[in-house]
Structure formats: structure tokens, C-alpha cells
Design a protein. Structure first.
Length: 606
């Protein structure tokens, strides 16, 4: 057989031979031929050879005897290297022509897939036959001219078989499920013939029923048990509509046992399709909740069952999400509709209660308190808690120092708010100066300072300054930011003929002390004979003490003698008796009416 289609000597021939009975009037199968002799032996006499040789009745009369069906479609040209190629090329070089039936040629230089350097494309072998008669086919391949370079033929799986009715489903809407779903996903059960040549024909089938199987007309709309292919048709569909019954039954099968009469004998094929329960959607919201005025909160729901993906429609908010952020001004009920792929809809709602936020006011953002005063901050009563800046929790806070003060109050439902105030302290520190002396004819301007709201001097005048020309006590009251302060000064108007008077000589008892100071006048400087420069001194020793003073009107001096009386022991009884008769006077005080001061005059008299 192989030598009949080659001029060379064949080697290593391999032949597969078997009988078959065609069930239709056409033998048809698909194959590829490949060889290592591509591309360097193109055009030579050393082409490997193969063929499909059929022996049996010819429907046009007579017999086929080793009829080779390995030919190019619609020709009698055998499939060989010289008949299918893209020209000669050295080993490892991709051929570039000339083309010989190269529409059926696939180069594989370098062995990109298999060892063979080239293949044919997929070719279909066909032969008219008499149905139900016995035929013999011999599939052979052999080397030609050498034992080295191999060739092979590949037959497509299941392409050499009896005619079969294919059955498949086409569920819709598309993309929801591969199976039918009650009340949601319908399907076409599509029956396909191997070729339209088999039509017209009626194909019947048995619909299996029982436990685990869907019931025709109950679980899905009733369908007929036969279909008819009209002339020229190679496919017919039955539309199946699964019914939603609200029962959880598990997957149910539609099983069809198809009677196949296309071949020489009747065959039965079984196909199955699944109907899935539709479980009604359930939703679980985030629950009713509460917020305080001005707050926002996330609300939403989870969806179970049904067929995702889901579509969410809120009545109050333009959102397609299952969760939204809301901040209502008043208590609001939110409604949501959930729609699944099956267009089933469930609705749910939840309530957001809004509670008022406490309205507190500590006053203006800033306040002033007077030194020594207290400001009481009161945010108002009736709240469940108060928290001040220092952690204290009383409803009232007493402020005595400057600084930032704030409080947070909360209601019984947890709504809270805060307010703050900055407090400054007003320091009313005025000073008119120390008591002093001026000369007759001179004036002295007392300055209470600028920036105060009001001034009130001892005579009712209201300027910030006051001019003094006479001896007296002067004072002023000032106010600012609601605070007030006062100060005073004594001014002595002295004659230019300045004088100082330390008073009479002093006699004191042993162990007593004497305070020496001028009887009147206020001076710029003092200098005692002891070296002291204070306005008064205390002495305990006898002697003569002098004082020199300087004033704005000049300078002067005076002196005084201090006698310390030492009393003998034998005179104590007499002294005691004398004292009883008030003849002894020690430690008397004298008032100096000139300057309003008291000087202690310790003296002894008999």
C-alpha cells in the first residue's frame, strides 16, 4: 500500500489495521502529519510516506480497495512532504518558499513543540460509505530511502466515532450562574446534530423523575419529551423555566435519557442539568442607634442568600453602597431596598435618634478679674457630669489666678460639649511715692499713672495727676476693668528756715531703751552721731546724741542728752514707795502732733 504512493524504498513501516461499521453515510476524522525530513528533503525522492487505506462497499457501486483518504481536501493529492511545504531549507533554517500547498503547512524548525521540523495543519479525511456495512481501514507510515529521519501521523481524539447528539445548556441571564435557579435563571437546553444532513429528524427522550429529581410541570414549567429538527437544522432548543416554590429542597436534577437513532443501532445517552434553590434574601442592619447633634455615624446592613451581587438603594440618601455615613439634624428613619441579580427585592430600615447637644456658655472668650477677687464659672446645672481643665468635677469653678479655663459637660445619654474662657488678672498697682517735705512756695505733682478708667482724689477731682502746695494727707482712688485701688501720701510744706527738734533731754531707768527721732518734719537725709542714716534710732547707753538733716529747703541739726539712772539697792524700797505715790514715771509715750507720729519718751522723775 505505502509503496504505491512513493517511488523510493520504504523502511520501518508501521501499520494499524482494524474493521469498523459506519453508522452514517460519511466516514470523517481529523489528523496531522509531521516529519523530521522537513525541510532539507523537500523536492527529493526520500520523502517519508503515510496513508489511510479503506476497503469496503462503495456506495456508488463496487468496492473500495485500499482507497487512500489521506489526501488534500477536495483533491486527489496525497499528503506528503513534497506535496505540502514552503520550499527547501538547510537544517535549522526557516524556509521561505516557494510554496506548495503551504496553506496546510506549519513550520517547526528547531523543534519548538515536538521533534518534527514541520507539520501539516489539521486536515479532515472523508469518504462516502454505506451505513451499517463493515469496512477495513489500514493506517500506515514508513521511512523512504533511509532508516534515520522519522515521521508520524496524529489522529484527533474522538474524531473517529459514531454520530452523536450533543446536548448543552445556555443559562440566562448570563454571568449569574452555570446552573438554573428557581425563579431566576432560566436556560435553553440545546440539542445539536453532528451535521444538518441528519435532518429532518425527531429526537425523543425520557424525563427521569423521583427523589432528587426535578418534577416536570412542578419544579419547572412543563416541557415536551420530543424535539424535531427541520430540514437544514442542526440545533434545536427547549426553554426551561424553573419555578420558585419557596422550599429548601437542595439541588434538583433534570435528567434526560435521549434516544439516539442516528446510527445503525439505537443508542441511549443520559444528560443531567441542575436546578438550584432560590433562598430568599435576608438582611441584618447595623441596628437603631443614637447620636448627638452635629455628630455623624456609619449605618448599613449585611445581606444574606439571594444571588449576589446586590444593588442597594437608599430612600433618603443618593448612594449605592450597603454602608453610608449620615449626620441628621433630627431623628430620622432610613429605608433601604436590596436588589439581587435575580431582581428579587427586600426592604429594611433603621432609626437614627438625634439628641440635643448641651448648650453651655462660660461667657465671653476672655474675662478680667481684680487682684484678690474671685470669678465663679458656671456652665449651668442639670448635666450628668462636669470635667474641668484640672480634672475637677464640680458644677461651679472658682477662679483666682489668670489662665485658660475650660469645662466639658455631658448629658445622661452621653452628649457632650465644651467651652473655654481665658482669664487675665488686673494688677492695680499705683504708688504716689513716700511721704515727703516740700518748701513753702514749691509745688509737687502727684501722678497716679495713665490707662485707668477713672481717678478720684481726696477733693473729688478726677485727673490722673494732682498738684500739691499745702501740707496734708493726699490720696487717690483709681478704677480699671471693674477693679479699683488706692494710695496716699503725706506731704509737709516746710519753711525755708529749716529746723529739726529732738525734744528734751531724756532720763531713763537702768535697763530701758530710748527711741530718738525728730518731733516733726520729713527730710531727704538723716545722719546721726552714731553714724546711722535712718529717721530714728534706738539707744540704751547714756550720752549726747545729735542729728543732722537735709530737706529740699536746706539743712539743720539738733541734739539730745540721754541719762541712764542707776538706782542703789538700798533705794529700792523708797523707789517702790515713790512709785506707789506716782512720783516715779517710766515709759510714758508722747504724741507729736506735727507729723502724726508717736515717740517713746522713757524718763525718770522724782
Amino acid at each position: 500500500m505505502l509503496t504505491g504512493i512513493t517511488s523510493g524504498t520504504t523502511y520501518d513501516a508501521c501499520v494499524l489495521e482494524f474493521d469498523f461499521v459506519p453508522e452514517s453515510d460519511t466516514l470523517r476524522f481529523r489528523y496531522k502529519f509531521g516529519s523530521d525530513e522537513y525541510n532539507e528533503y523537500v523536492g527529493s525522492i526520500f520523502n517519508d510516506v503515510f496513508g489511510f487505506f479503506v476497503t469496503g462497499p462503495n456506495p456508488d457501486g463496487g468496492m473500495y480497495t485500499n482507497q487512500n483518504v489521506a489526501v488534500l481536501p477536495n483533491t486527489n493529492i496525497s499528503v506528503t512532504i513534497n506535496n505540502v511545504n514552503n520550499g527547501y531549507a538547510n537544517p535549522g533554517i526557516v524556509p521561505t518558499g516557494p510554496c506548495t500547498n503551504c496553506a496546510y503547512f506549519a513550520d517547526n524548525t528547531g523543534g519548538l513543540t515536538l521533534e518534527y521540523d514541520a507539520f501539516t495543519t489539521v486536515i479532515t479525511a472523508t469518504l462516502k460509505v454505506v451505513p451499517c456495512q463493515t469496512y477495513t481501514i489500514s493506517i500506515g507510515v514508513a521511512d523512504v530511502g533511509d532508516h534515520i529521519f522519522d515521521s508520524g501521523v496524529f489522529i484527533e481524539e474522538n474524531s473517529f466515532e459514531s454520530p452523536k447528539i450533543e446536548v448543552e445548556t445556555d443559562p440566562f441571564p448570563q454571568g449569574v450562574s452555570d446552573n438554573m435557579i428557581e425563579g431566576c435563571v432560566e436556560a435553553d437546553i440545546i440539542f445539536r446534530l453532528p451535521h444538518a444532513e441528519y435532518a429532518p429528524i425527531t429526537v425523543c427522550f425520557e424525563i427521569v423523575e423521583g427523589p432528587g429529581y426535578a418534577t416536570n410541570g412542578v419544579d419547572y414549567e412543563e416541557i415536551e419529551d420530543c424535539i424535531t429538527f427541520e430540514d437544514g437544522q442542526d440545533s434545536v432548543a427547549i426553554h426551561v423555566v424553573p419555578l420558585k416554590d419557596g422550599l429548601i429542597e437542595g439541588d434538583e436534577l433534570i435528567q434526560l435519557i435521549i434516544e439516539n437513532t442516528l446510527g445503525c443501532i439505537v443508542r441511549y445517552d443520559t444528560v443531567e442539568f441542575i436546578i438550584v434553590d432560590y433562598v430568599d434574601m435576608l438582611t441584618q442592619t447595623s441596628g437603631n442607634t443614637m447620636i448627638c447633634e452635629g455628630q455623624e455615624i456609619d449605618i448599613g446592613l449585611n445581606t444574606y442568600n439571594g444571588i449576589p451581587p446586590y444593588t442597594f438603594e437608599w430612600d433618603e440618601v443618593a448612594s449605592g453602597n450597603d454602608t453610608i455615613t449620615v449626620s441628621p439634624d433630627t431623628t430620622t428613619m432610613y429605608h433601604i431596598n436590596v436588589i439581587d441579580m435575580c431582581m428579587d427585592t427586600v426592604s429594611d430600615s433603621l432609626n437614627v435618634m438625634v439628641f440635643p447637644t448641651p448648650d453651655i456658655d462660660l461667657g465671653n472668650d476672655s474675662a478680667v478679674i481684680c487682684e484678690g477677687d474671685t470669678l465663679f464659672l458656671e456652665p449651668g446645672g442639670g448635666y450628668s457630669s462636669y470635667t474641668w481643665q484640672d480634672g475637677s468635677s464640680e458644677p461651679t469653678y472658682a477662679v483666682t489666678e489668670p489662665g485658660l479655663y475650660f469645662v466639658t459637660v455631658a448629658t445622661s445619654v452621653g452628649c457632650s460639649t465644651s467651652d473655654s474662657i481665658y482669664v487675665t488678672l488686673s494688677y492695680m498697682d499705683i504708688y504716689l511715692g513716700a511721704d515727703t517735705t516740700i518748701c513753702i512756695g514749691d509745688t509737687m505733682v502727684l501722678n497716679a499713672g495713665s490707662g485707668f478708667t477713672s481717678y478720684n482724689w481726696q477733693d473729688g477731682s478726677s485727673g490722673s495727676t494732682y498738684t500739691v502746695t499745702e501740707t496734708g494727707l493726699y490720696y487717690v482712688d483709681v478704677t480699671m476693668d471693674g477693679c479699683s485701688d488706692t494710695d496716699s501720701i503725706y506731704i509737709y510744706v516746710d519753711d525755708p528756715a529749716i529746723s529739726v527738734d529732738l525734744g528734751n533731754d531724756v532720763i531713763v531707768c537702768q535697763g530701758e531703751e530710748v527711741i530718738l527721732e525728730p518731733l516733726f518734719g520729713v527730710f531727704i537725709s538723716y545722719l546721726w552721731s552714731t553714724g546711722d542714716t535712718t529717721s530714728k534710732i534706738t539707744v540704751t547707753e547714756p550720752g549726747t546724741y545729735s542729728l543732722s538733716v537735709v530737706s529740699g529747703c536746706g539743712d539743720a541739726s539738733d541734739q539730745v542728752t540721754v541719762v541712764i539712772l542707776i538706782i542703789p539697792i538700798q533705794d529700792w524700797a523708797r523707789i517702790y514707795s515713790c512709785a506707789k505715790e506716782k512720783l516715779l514715771h517710766c515709759g510714758q509715750n508722747q504724741w507729736n502732733p506735727t507729723n502724726g507720729r508717736t515717740i517713746q519718751r522713757n524718763h525718770f522723775t522724782m
